[in-house]
Structure formats: C-alpha cells, structure tokens
Design a protein around this ligand. Structure first.
Ligand code: 9MR
Length: 351
C-alpha cells in the first residue's frame, strides 16, 4: 500500500517534469501557503477519505480560527454542541441551537459533519443523573433522546458516535447510568433506535485508549463481532486517539485498525491530538510530527479507515491544559495559527 503510493507520487512528479511543469515546493512557513497547494481536506479526498477538525461553539466567534478551519478541512465534529446536556436540557424538551450552529457553519464552508454523541457517561443533564429510574423508564428516555436527536440531524450528519466510552481499561463494561439500570443490552438497543430514526447514517462506537491492540480494544472487537452476528446495525469503530508522547506510540495500531476492518466495519480516527509535557521543544515537536504521520499512515494503510478528525486544530483552543495541567501543545497549529512540524508531516503522509 505504502510503496504503491510512493510509486504513484514519483510517477506523477516525473510526468509533471516531462510535461515541462514546475513541481510545487512542499515546505511551508507559517500559514502562508501557495494558494494552489491542496489543503489537508483535499489531500485526504484524493485517497477517498476526509480530514476534519472538531469545533466548539464559542470558537466560531474567533473568526480567523473559524475561517482557517473552514478552508483547511473537509469535515468537522461539534466538540460539545450535540451532547445530551445541550440537546435535551429538560426531559422531553429539545434544544438544537448549538448543534445547528455548527451544522450551518459546516454547510457554509462545505464541511461534512460527524455527530457526537448520543450517549455518554459525561455531560448528561442534571434531570437525568439526579433522577431514579426503573429499567423501563430509562430505556424509554434513551429511546426518546436518540430518536429525536437523530431525526433532527437526518441528512445533516454522515455518522453518529452512538455510544461513547462504554468500556473500562480492562475491557469490562463501564458502569454508567445506562449499564447500571438497563444492563449491557442498552448498547444494541441504542444502535437499533438510531438506525430506525435514520437508516442511512453511519453508526459508531467510539472510545479512547483503543488505538493499540490490548484489553480495551479486544473488548470492542468481541462486542462488535457479536453485534454483527446478531444483525445489530453497527457501521464503524471510532478510535479517539488522544495520544501523549510520554506514554509511547500505541502498539500495533495499523494491525488493530485492520482487524476491525476485517469484522466488516469502518474505522475512523475521531479525536486525534498528541500532547506533551510542557514546555515544548524542538525534539518533542519532531517526535510529535513523527507520531502524526504514523497515525496518518496507519489509517491510509487500511482501506476501511475512512477519515481522520483532529480534536480542534490549534493549541489556541484545546481541552488539554484544563484537564492535564502542565501538558499541551497537542495540535499541528500553534496558538498563533502557525504551522508546527506536525502539519508538514501530515501533508507528507497524505501525499
Ligand atoms: O472537547 C470537549 C470539552 O470541551 C469538554 O469540556 C469535555 C467534557 O468532558 O469534553 C471534551 O470532548 C471529549 C469528547 O466529547 C469525548 N472524548 C474526550 C474528549 C476530551 O475530553
């Protein structure tokens, strides 16, 4: 796969030279790219994939940031705008303001949208977490939520993270409110309800620390295999890929992507960022660049790896410093929206 791409690129360059055309230089300083250079989105499209970046609603007011996101990428994910606390703040009362704002922005910029997410143990509304529910009540609450949200975004999102972060590190089920009250059947039910509301949208399970082969990804492998055998609608597995230099590159990532593809589901890299212990320096930025290209290569090596989404794209807006004090610098653009080495590394990998 790799050597084919390299060969194709070499042939294209040779053909361009024979035709007397100048081959555009590939190195870029800052954000000043030659206007004819393809964007990350365009480079990914040439491989049949997308390259996206998540965006949170307040960031849309940062005009230079939102403009660059709209130019460079061909897909986006709302960082928070479609989560349960935002979409159903009171029981049975739906509010699509935040999600719609992102969908409208994406439409104006020509980006496609990944829906994120229909159920998660975090960012649930208080009415849901503080209530005491019977199994039947919670099933009906979950069904109603999924049905309303998926119907509202029908035709507007191409995929949904239906169930987010439902496994523990050791591969056991996370004891979230749905598991505790309903049992593990809530997962298949959620997928079936989402499919009933929009039969065309791609339905994913999504989690972090599943990029390597290990107990957590094994649990998803077993679960998806069983869901498939039971004819439950499941289309994809999302690897968030919140990586950190100090923990090492995920073991056998390409093989891991490949084994899910062989189960008959798509794989997407859904929330990629690669943090480091601050301050950053040239060596860490070089290692980060190498990792960004390794993740891109791993996705490109598997036909069913359909796209990559960064969790934001610049260190100006990133969830990391607030959650991991002393860590950050995780994205391919810096606070001033200038390219870091990771940016060129991703371009090279996509070519
Ligand atoms: O980026 C999101 C941040 O703004 C929120 O405060 C946070 C709440 O936990 O969620 C962040 O996004 C998460 C995503 O929805 C699921 N995977 C982990 C992401 C980073 O925490």
């Amino acid at each position: 796969m790799r050597s084919t791409r390299v060969r194709t690129a070499t042939l294209a360059a040779a053909a361009a030279l024979l035709a007397g055309l100048a081959v555009a230089p590939t190195a870029h300083a800052g954000t000043h790219r030659h206007t004819a250079d393809p964007t990350l989105g365009q480079l990914a499209e040439r491989t049949g994939r997308y390259f996206g970046a998540a965006v949170d609603n307040p960031e849309l007011a940062d005009t230079p940031y939102a403009d660059l996101l709209g130019k460079e990428f061909d897909a986006t994910t709302p960082g928070n705008g479609m989560k349960w606390y935002a979409t159903e703040p009171q029981r049975g009362v739906f509010d699509f303001t935040a999600g719609d704002e992102i969908v409208n922005y994406a439409k104006a910029k020509g980006l496609k949208v990944r829906g994120h997410n229909l159920l998660w143990h975090q960012q649930l509304p208080d009415w849901l977490t503080s209530g005491t529910w019977t199994k039947d009540e919670l099933r009906s609450i979950l069904k109603n939520h999924i049905t309303h949200v998926v119907k509202h975004y029908k035709g507007k999102v191409f995929a949904w993270d239906v169930a987010n972060e439902i496994m523990n590190e050791d591969g056991t089920y996370r004891e979230n409110i749905f598991y505790r009250t309903i049992g593990p059947s809530y997962i298949a039910d959620a997928l079936r309800w989402a499919h009933a509301a929009d039969p065309k949208v791609k339905l994913y399970l999504n989690d972090y620390n599943v990029e390597a082969v290990g107990p957590k990804s094994d649990a998803y492998y077993t679960l998806i295999k069983r869901l498939k055998a039971d004819h439950v609608p499941i289309d994809g597995f999302g690897m968030q890929a919140h990586l950190a230099l100090q923990y090492g590159f995920p073991d056998r990532m390409e093989q891991n992507i490949q084994r899910f593809a062989e189960l008959g589901v798509d794989v997407a890299i859904t929330e990629l960022d690669i943090r480091m212990i601050l301050p950053s320096d040239a060596a860490k930025l070089a290692q980060q660049a190498d990792w960004y290209s390794k993740v891109t290569d791993a996705c490109l090596a598997v036909k069913r790896c359909v796209g990559i989404t960064l969790w934001g794209y610049s260190d100006r807006h990133s969830w990391i410093p607030a959650v991991f004090p002393g860590e950050g610098a995780a994205l391919p653009w810096d606070e001033n929206l200038a390219h870091k080495p990771a940016y060129d590394a991703i371009r090279e990998a996509l070519r």
